[in-house]
Design a binder for this molecule. Structure first.
Ligand SMILES: Cc1ncc(COP(=O)(O)O)c(C=O)c1O
Length: 377
């Protein structure tokens, strides 16, 4: 795969700036109520792949894109994405949480869907460039952030069943509040599967989320918040939620399902495991049979359950339940381990605590300089 080589440290030599940026930034203001993922920051990034190589990208005003109706993504769903956050809480300089992990996972998802790999420099130009030019719109109260959504999709206009030879990489951003999941009630989904064994469950692929919508609607009808998915082979073991990984505290040990080809390897999951181990907790990545867990809740051996992901950070579970209405309540709406892990993670992300793992990556100076340059303002 060819890629326009990085030229020195100056991002300006790697991608261009659209002439409409100054106006887009000047005319944007943050609304009072942000929500999660519903307000879009005024600057986005785009780079296109054609003739076997990535072309130089561009920072552009946020807005509609034009796409050929025959584009493969619209028919065969050749699309993968990421979700990550830039934080600027209090006096903390703007910093991203573990961005290289998102780049690696995006490429793993891309490989599964036969999309071309994205060079790390191009990915970082996208996420750092978008963060830098939107820096003035990163909300700075605790729990708030700039949610970044990098994505790749096949744009070749051709209905043949083959990998797209033309692809776009884009990064959009949404100034957001914390996604408030509250203390969740989960439906044990015994009727449907989110993904197939050997399928695309371990990839961050748009279709996996479309597939989860029907169960989400049933959750709402039955009075649950979210779906808890089981393994697609026998619906015996717990896998994850539609957008978060799952943990339980059993006999004082932290259990989480062992990763498989049908579970997304969450970056928050990995971080929670490291934080818990550093705190001296025993963490087991193991198969967790749903019926066993329900029994442990009934007998009190399971004291806490929670789910975690970029959007909600760490969200407590207050009960699990069945479609027939049988409910299994946890002893507290939020347990001690859950509260500790959420606070510990958020304190690192928001710059209140030491970062012994080196997870926070400050926005590099060369991108900030770009935002200050005469070319933009
Ligand atoms: C299916 C699924 N599982 C787990 C996660 C949690 O992953 P992360 O912690 O990287 O956000 C997400 C969210 O990205 C997801 O969509």
């Amino acid at each position: 795969m060819r890629h326009t080589p990085a030229v020195g440290d100056n991002p300006r030599q790697r991608f261009s700036l659209h002439e409409g940026l100054a106006e887009a930034i000047a005319t944007f203001s943050l609304p009072d109520i942000l929500g999660f993922g519903s307000v879009f920051a005024p600057v986005m990034f785009r780079a296109d792949y054609r003739d076997g190589s990535w072309q130089p990208g561009q920072l552009q005003p946020y807005g509609p894109i034009s796409i050929d109706p025959g584009a493969k993504v619209l028919h065969y769903a050749q699309e993968v994405f990421e979700g990550q956050k830039a934080y600027r809480v209090g006096d903390q300089p703007t910093a991203l949480f573990r961005p290289a992990m998102n780049w690696r996972r995006l490429n793993a998802s891309a490989a599964r869907l036969c999309l071309p790999p994205l060079p790390e420099s191009l990915f970082l130009d996208g996420v750092f460039g978008v963060t830098a030019l939107n820096e003035g719109f990163i909300p700075d109260a605790s729990g708030q952030s700039l949610y970044l959504r990098p994505f790749l999709f096949g744009t070749e206009s051709d209905l043949g069943m083959a990998a797209s030879r033309e692809v776009s990489f884009m990064v959009i951003a949404s100034p957001s509040q914390a996604y408030h999941a509250g203390s969740m009630s989960l439906l044990v989904e015994r009727a449907e599967s989110r993904v197939a064994g050997g399928g695309i469950g371990a990839a961050k692929v748009g279709g996996n989320y479309a597939c989860a919508l029907q169960s989400a609607a049933r959750c709402a009808e039955l009075g649950y918040d979210l779906t808890l998915w089981l393994d697609p082979h026998q619906r015996h073991d717990i896998e994850e939620l539609s957008g978060m990984n799952f943990f339980a505290v059993v006999d004082g040990r932290l259990l989480t399902p062992l990763l498989s080809d049908s579970i997304l390897a969450g970056i928050t999951r990995d971080s929670v495991i490291q934080l818990a181990r550093a705190r001296g907790l025993v963490v087991d990545e193991v198969a967790i049979a749903i019926d066993e867990l329900l029994g442990w809740i009934e007998t009190g051996r399971c004291s806490e359950c929670f789910a975690c992901g970029t959007a909600a950070i760490v969200a407590p579970v207050r009960e699990l339940g069945e479609a027939d209405g049988t409910r299994y309540a946890l002893p507290q709406a939020e347990g001690e381990v859950t509260a500790f892990l959420r606070t510990a993670l958020l304190d690192i992300q928001e710059g209140r605590a030491e970062d012994p793992f080196g997870w926070m990556v400050p926005l590099p100076r060369e991108y900030r300089q770009l935002a200050d340059s005469d070319e933009v303002f």
